[in-house]
Design a protein around this ligand. Structure first.
Ligand SMILES: Cc1ncc(COP(=O)(O)O)c(C=O)c1O
Length: 403
């Protein structure tokens, strides 16, 4: 399927939340008034300078933005091709890009007078960011997390508990992110009065995909300015890993209309694309899940299949609808990396740069390792290091035999 190539890639979604045939809001009747209310408040907040001032103040003094754009000199030398820059989202307070979006949504929840915050989490980074912001503003926080993820992301479960959040292990389905999101949506339908659902990626029913993207666009906006300051021109290529797609769309969106820039999203190929994986674009087809139409991993009957990835943040069997559209239009190239490739990239980054990346961005690094050497030395490449690897040390140690 090839969708029409628009004049601008930055105008979506339409007023009903569609990116081409993707997106929309497929939600239960009880949720519809809540979604419309959220959209109204978000539209008002977007136009309110006080909202932006408060958010920017927090991003500067609480999160520590701008995050550096760092020239990875030794990795560049080692690979011998493109000049590689890291956008260092792992240096943010709480250790990942997730906090950018959470602070926006929590300020919105406060404007709406909501006192109870719920969230889903996979790797636990969104859960930690939500627990952090709730502690900062004295809000009740409940985080739904698949029981499997509770086990493999223990450090983040401790952190959420310490921050005063209640972590609810979800025992249904594969007991990972999809199931946590199902449970959070169930909670929201039953607690409509006081509850705000803080979604952690650029997916879900409209307006979430656009709203999360807007809050994450700070990544790409800063990168533009920082690259112009460092090199006097824009980058030649961008790389980011894709779970639901929020760190990627945050980096990509401000560059979508600079058509000379190559843009690569990297999905999780797990054990391989012919085996268990979580690459919805490479191995899925369009369907409806969690309130939007997008590429999904499904069996022949349309039942959702479980995604597999070594990385808890990438094993979602879907993807944000804007990415599905960007794939169809051909503006972004979507690749994938296996568990083993991510593990190798994780180690190379640690040894060459003294930076331990999360397993999620290690997937993006795996494709950088392959593509950078094919580019000339003047090629400026940016990879989003969306989070730090502290949470993954037990998983990595297990795979590498305790190191
Ligand atoms: C560090 C990190 N990077 C990336 C992701 C994937 O999410 P997204 O695709 O929304 O950026 C996660 C999700 O938990 C994460 O923790």
């Amino acid at each position: 399927m090839k969708l029409e190539n628009p004049n601008s890639f930055r105008t979506g979604p339409d007023e009903r939340g569609h990116f081409g045939i993707f997106g929309g809001r497929f939600v239960a009747e009880t949720l519809m008034p809540l979604i419309l209310d959220l959209e109204r408040h978000y539209e008002a907040a977007k136009k309110d300078p006080a909202f932006h001032a408060e958010l920017n103040n927090l991003l500067t003094h609480y999160v520590g933005r701008p995050s550096p754009l760092y020239f990875a000199e030794r990795l560049t030398e080692y690979l011998g091709g493109a000049k590689i820059y890291f956008k260092r989202e792992e240096l943010n307070h709480t250790g990942a890009h997730k906090i950018n979006n959470v602070l926006g949504q929590i300020l919105l929840a406060r404007r709406m007078g909501k006192t109870r915050i719920i969230a889903e989490t996979g790797a636990g980074q969104h859960g930690v960011a939500t627990a952090t912001a709730c502690a900062r503003f004295g809000l009740e926080c409940i985080v739904y997390m698949g029981a499997v993820d509770v086990e493999r992301q223990k450090p983040n479960v401790f952190r959420m508990n310490m921050l005063g959040a209640k972590v609810v292990p979800v025992q249904s389905g594969a007991r990972t992110l999809k199931d946590a999101m199902n449970e959070a949506l169930r909670d929201w339908v039953t607690n409509v009065e006081d509850t705000f659902y803080c979604i952690g990626t650029a997916a879900g029913p409209h307006p979430y995909p656009a709203m999360v993207r807007d809050f994450q666009c700070i990544i790409g906006e800063e990168t533009r300015k920082q690259m112009l300051a460092a090199e006097g021109r824009l980058p030649d290529s961008l790389f980011a890993c894709i779970g639901g797609g929020s760190n990627a769309i945050g980096l990509f969106h401000p560059f979508l209309d600079d058509r000379q820039i190559e843009i690569y999203g990297v999905e999780a190929a797990g054990y391989g694309l012919d085996k268990a994986h979580a690459a919805s674009l490479a191995g899925g087809r369009p369907g409806v899940l969690h309130g939007n139409r997008t590429y999904l991993l499904m069996d022949a009957d349309g039942q959702i299949e479980e995604g597999h990835s070594i990385s808890a943040g990438l094993d979602y069997p879907g993807i944000g609808p804007e990415h599905s559209w960007l794939k169809e239009t051909g503006r972004v190239t979507y690749l994938s990396a296996t568990d083993d490739e991510a593990l190798a990239a994780f180690q190379l980054c640690a040894r060459q740069e003294g930076i331990i990346p999360a397993l999620e961005p290690a997937h993006a690094l795996a494709r950088v390792i392959e593509i950078a050497p094919t580019k000339p030395r003047e090629h400026l490449l940016v990879v989003n290091i969306s989070g730090r690897g502290d949470k993954d040390i037990f998983t990595v140690a297990e795979h590498l035999g305790g190191m």
